[in-house]
Design a protein around this ligand. Structure first.
Ligand SMILES: *Cc1c(COP(=O)(O)O)cnc(C)c1O
Length: 435
């Protein structure tokens, strides 16, 4: 007998099948060739018949021309860095579609002349924080801080409390970032305490500015002291405040989280923040402050290197002017309502899955408000569900606690509950099949 593997059609012959035409248009020919070759390999391993190769390829075509996958955030961490921080609002997603083509991002359609780049997004930012005379947007919070350091303290000193020399994550540290711009750091105080006198003594002709950094991913408790912006503002140098999370105004559930409006009212010359943490928008860095300083930042050559694209400007504007973001809604969510959703989810799962509803304490996440616990609810499953759920479509990521997988609902869109139930049922089936 001939080796049946000889009957496998060639890659070219398979690609000539019109049933792959649409995929070639959508995903590009190279991606489809990859899928076809993998299907041929599966056949050579004897797992399918030669006549099934095309169906195997059709069944394993990716949905999109990217390998990034949609993930349901059931971790109970509202702003999860590993999951891309803030999920965008529907308004911001639509804005991305509008801006994706050619757009008037830098053209005044009235006059036909060059317009202020991202003018409408900046106007929305100014309207959201009227306390700021000027506003500018860069690539991320780190770029905002780097621009401020390079322009206002290049070759000079930045005076900063020792307890605020923060590591942001993934090994990146704010002091290293500041020094990389050519500024020198002048640390004041100790790990747990700094006083106004400490700052006052350190300030001199060489001072570029005083920096106050919000320790956004940890809390220091006990014998501690830090100097509020209102007191730092009495010093004869500009005060720059890195609030981190991008909260524009005070939030009742996050009483200790600094916000841009309050910092400016307290006398900050400049506030820097991220756009994709508590603001709930796209990755970007916000610079809000007094007009002469923001103008200097905007005109500096480095501003061009930190410039944001039209997609970011569009998503930011819609985040600011549109309905409450998913992050804002998660922060407002009511524990009883979350418990009701968890109960409904449990009922939708039926008897096939050994599950129960549990009360949980969710977290805001690396995006801000360290130590804050948000009452929430979860469906608790056997830990064995973690892998099949993670590898499913859509992927679902929960958190494991004491041999149980918790699917916390605080950061799951209510409209996604039915899809979540489906995902759990599919995972149960996968586990049954494996035995
Ligand atoms: C997150 C954060 C940053 C960095 O912002 P990115 O947008 O991640 O670049 C800087 N400072 C503080 C206090 C932060 O919390």
């Amino acid at each position: 007998m001939d080796d049946p593997r000889r009957a496998i059609l060639s890659t070219d012959a398979l690609l000539a099948d019109p049933r792959l035409d649409d995929a070639c248009r959508r995903l590009g020919r190279a991606a489809v060739v990859d899928v076809v070759r993998r299907a041929q390999a599966v056949c050579r391993e004897g797992r399918i018949e030669p006549g099934q190769v095309l169906d195997q390829a059709l069944g394993t075509l990716p949905a999109y021309a990217i390998s990034l996958r949609q993930v349901v955030n059931a971790t109970g961490v509202v702003v999860h860095t590993n999951l891309g921080r803030a999920p965008l609002s529907d308004a911001a997603r639509t804005a991305l579609q509008v801006a994706a083509g050619t757009t008037d991002v830098e053209l005044d359609l009235e006059t036909g002349r060059r317009g202020r780049r991202g003018g409408s997004a900046l106007a929305a930012l100014s309207a959201a924080v009227p306390e700021a005379e000027g506003a500018h947007v860069v690539n991320n919070g780190a770029a905002a801080l780097a621009l401020a350091a390079a322009v206002l303290a290049g070759g000079k000193e930045i005076v900063v409390a020792r307890g605020e020399m923060v590591e942001i994550g993934d090994g990146f540290r704010i002091p290293d970032l500041l020094e990389a711009t050519g500024a020198r750091l002048r640390e004041v105080g100790t790990t747990n305490r700094a006083s106004l006198a400490d700052y006052d003594t350190a300030i001199g002709d060489d001072t570029g500015f005083v920096l106050k950094v919000h320790p956004s991913n940890f809390v220091v408790t006990g014998f501690t002291a830090s100097v509020p912006v209102s007191e730092l503002a009495t010093l004869p140098v500009p005060v720059v405040v890195d609030i981190g999370s991008g909260l524009l105004r005070r939030h009742p559930r996050l009483p200790d989280e600094p916000d841009a409006a309050s910092a400016l009212r307290a006398g900050a010359a400049l506030v820097t923040a991220s756009g994709d943490k508590l603001l709930g928008g796209p990755q970007c860095g916000l610079l809000l402050g007094v007009a002469p300083i923001v103008d200097r930042l905007r005109r500096h050559p480095l501003a061009r290197a930190y410039r944001v694209d039209k997609l970011t400007l569009a998503a930011l504007e819609a985040t600011l002017t549109g309905p409450p973001t998913p992050v804002a809604r998660a922060l407002e969510s009511d524990a009883a309502a979350l418990r009701d959703r968890a109960t409904a989810l449990l009922e939708a799962l039926g008897d096939a899955v050994e599950a129960e509803v549990v009360d949980t304490l969710a977290a805001v996440g690396g995006g801000g408000a360290p130590g804050v616990e948000l009452p929430s609810a979860a469906v608790s499953l056997p830990e064995t569900f973690a892998a099949p759920l993670r590898l499913g479509e859509p992927s679902v990521v929960g958190r494991v606690r004491r041999d149980r997988l918790l699917l916390d609902l605080i950061a799951v869109e209510p409209s996604g509950d039915a899809a979540l139930a489906d995902a759990v049922r599919r995972a149960a089936k996968t586990l049954d099949e494996v035995g």
